[in-house]
Design a protein around this ligand. Structure first.
Ligand SMILES: Nc1ncnc2c1ncn2[C@@H]1O[C@H](COP(=O)(O)OP(=O)(O)OP(=O)(O)O)[C@@H](O)[C@H]1O
Ligand SMILES: [Mg+2]
Length: 205
């Protein structure tokens, strides 16, 4: 048994199912006796709350967005994620630094600058990229609010696929099938990862 926890991040374009699967993973792991800390970005901390409010205005500068996301992430890591990992918890985090790399680079910010300002942010132990055609993503989140355009999300998706090749511990899951099929595939990735990395099911010998 590893005494330290694990850090699992969920990434993907709008509507790809991050919230749905973060919830499924959390429920699944808790039922099997793991101690899970579920969280998301922007965080629920002070900078995260400020950021959510700030982003409601669509005319924000993407450079300012980049720094605010990084500042929120620094606080989120320091106050919530790292302590949870130290306590041996499995952290399930919806969106992380790869969201900044993908979205803000498509908005014109230099990818090297984006990586540089995340010098403090470790790579997760496992990153699940929920990969979906942007058209489907737009349709799935078309209930109500404004969302990003298909054209924009096409670029974000490509940026994510590049990041998946560049960074370690990325696992791409096809998010096209129905929710329960995707759920089974995601859960299998997570359980295999935990089994192979010192965190077998607590209710097993
Ligand atoms: N495989 C699927 N098939 C059909 N609908 C799905 C599937 N996965 C998720 N959905 C539905 O699509 C919508 C968007 O999913 P969800 O909110 O989980 O996406 P998200 O990645 O968290 O989006 P956002 O980035 O906007 O937070 C929800 O209504 C969800 O129930
Ligand atoms: Mg969501």
């Amino acid at each position: 048994m590893g005494e330290k926890g694990k850090f699992i991040a969920l990434e993907g374009i709008d509507g790809s199912g991050k919230s749905a699967h973060a919830g499924f993973i959390t429920d699944y792991l808790r039922r099997r006796g793991y101690t899970v800390f579920y969280t998301e970005e922007p965080s629920r901390g002070r900078i995260g709350r400020l950021l959510r409010e700030y982003l409601k205005d669509e005319s924000t500068l993407s450079l300012a967005d980049a720094f605010l996301f990084a500042a929120d992430r620094a606080e989120h890591l320091q106050h919530e994620i790292m302590p949870a990992i130290k306590e041996g918890k499995i952290v399930v985090c919806e969106r992380y630094k790869f969201s900044s790399f993908a979205y803000q680079s498509v908005q014109g910010q230099d990818i090297k600058m984006l990586k540089d300002i995340h010098f403090f942010a470790p790579d997760p132990d496992l990153t699940i990229l929920l990969d979906l055609e942007p058209k489907a993503g737009v349709e799935r989140c078309s209930r109500g609010e404004k969302f990003e355009t298909e054209d924009f999300l096409t670029k974000v998706r490509d940026a994510y696929l590049d990041l998946a090749k560049e960074f370690p511990n990325f696992h791409i899951v096809d998010a096209t099938p129905d929710k329960m099929t995707v759920k089974d595939n995601v859960i299998k990735v997570v359980q295999d990862f935990l089994d192979n990395n010192g965190h077998p099911r607590p209710d097993q010998e």
